[in-house]
Design a protein around this ligand. Sequence first.
Ligand SMILES: Cc1cc2nc3c(=O)[nH]c(=O)nc-3n(C[C@H](O)[C@H](O)[C@H](O)COP(=O)(O)OP(=O)(O)OC[C@H]3O[C@@H](n4cnc5c(N)ncnc54)[C@H](O)[C@@H]3O)c2cc1C
Length: 314
Amino acid sequence: MAEILPQHPEFLWNNPEPKSSYDVIIVGAGGHGLATAHYLASRHDITNVAVIEKGWLGGGNMARNTTIIRSNYLWDESANIYDTSLKLWEELPEELDYDFLFSQRGVLNLAHHVSEVRDSKRRVNANRLNGLDSEWLEPDEVKEVCPIINTSDNIRYPIMGSTYQPRAGIAKHDHVAWALARSANNAGIDIIQNTEVTDILVEGGKALQTDHRSGEDREAGDDADRAADNGECASTEADLGEQAEYFLHVLAQRLRNPAQCAEVEGELIAQILEGAQWLVDDPLGAVADLRRRGHLVTTPSPGRPAGKSWSAQN
Ligand SMILES: Cc1cc2nc3c(=O)[nH]c(=O)nc-3n(C[C@H](O)[C@H](O)[C@H](O)COP(=O)(O)OP(=O)(O)OC[C@H]3O[C@@H](n4cnc5c(N)ncnc54)[C@H](O)[C@@H]3O)c2cc1C
C-alpha cells in the first residue's frame, strides 16, 4: 500500500540561473520535456541540458489529464509505441525511487451499441495480434472486474460488453512530473521555470539560439502594450527603451516573415519603413502615430519582446 505523499514536495529541484549555452534545450517542462531530460541523462549521459518552462513545471496538459495509462490502441504503430511506453512506466517508480501511485488496475472501455461492439472487438483483435494483453468481456465478465457497475438491461444504454486491458492503469500526474524533475535536476540539468521561449534561430538546419523572456519581461512587455493601447507615453528612459525595442522587434518580425509581408501593401511597407526611421529619431511620436494609423497591432505575437538569448551548441 502506497504511503500518503505530501501535496507539495519540500525540495526536489533547484531554480538555477541559466547558463549562456547548452548542448540541448528542451522547450516545455511537461511530461514529454521532463521525460526527455530524464532519459537524456540516464540513458545517454547528456546533461548539459536546459528545460525551459513558461509557467511552472507540470502545469500544462500534464496537470489536467485523466491520468489513464494504456496501450490498447488500434493501429500497429500506436500499439507498439504505447506498449513500449507502458513497459517504461512499469519500471519508472523504482528507477526514479518515487512512489507516484502508479496503479495497474486495468481499463475498461464500455460498448453500448452494436457498432461499438464491432469496433471494440476489432481493436481487441488488432491488439492481440500485436501481443498486447487486450480482452473482450461480456457484460457478466465486466461485472466481475467492476462489481459496482450496472449491467442490467433495464437502463437507457445497457452495457453490451467491454474491451479490457489488465496492465493499463493510472498514476498521480503531478508526482510523476516532480519525480522526473528531481531526477533531471540531480543529473545536473537546469530546469528554468517562468521563462517563455519566443523564438528559435535556425542556421544550416541547426538550432543556434533561443530567444526567451522571463515572467518579469512578460509583465513588462504587457505593461508596455497596455500603456501603448491607452495612448500613454513612456515616462522613463527604461520604459522608452523597452517600448522601442518591442516595436522594432515587431517590425523586424513582420518584415522577416514572408507570409505576413505578402499581406502588407507596398504603401504600407513604405510607411512602416518610414516609421522605423522615425522610431529611431523620435520613438514616442513614431509609435503613437503608427499605432493611431493602425499599422502596429499588439495582438500576442510569437516574437515579442525578445529578451536574452541562449545558444544551443552543436
Ligand atoms: C483533458 C485531458 C485529458 C487527457 N487524458 C489523458 C489520459 O487519460 N491519458 C493520456 O495518456 N493522455 C491524456 N491526455 C493527453 C496528455 O495530457 C498529453 O498528451 C501530455 O500531457 C502532453 O505532454 P507534453 O509534455 O507534450 O505537454 P504539456 O504537459 O502541456 O507540457 C508542455 C509544456 O510546455 C510549456 N510551454 C509551451 N510553450 C512554451 C514556450 N514557448 N516556452 C516555454 N514553455 C512552453 C507549457 O507551459 C507546458 O508546461 C489528456 C489531455 C487533456 C487535456
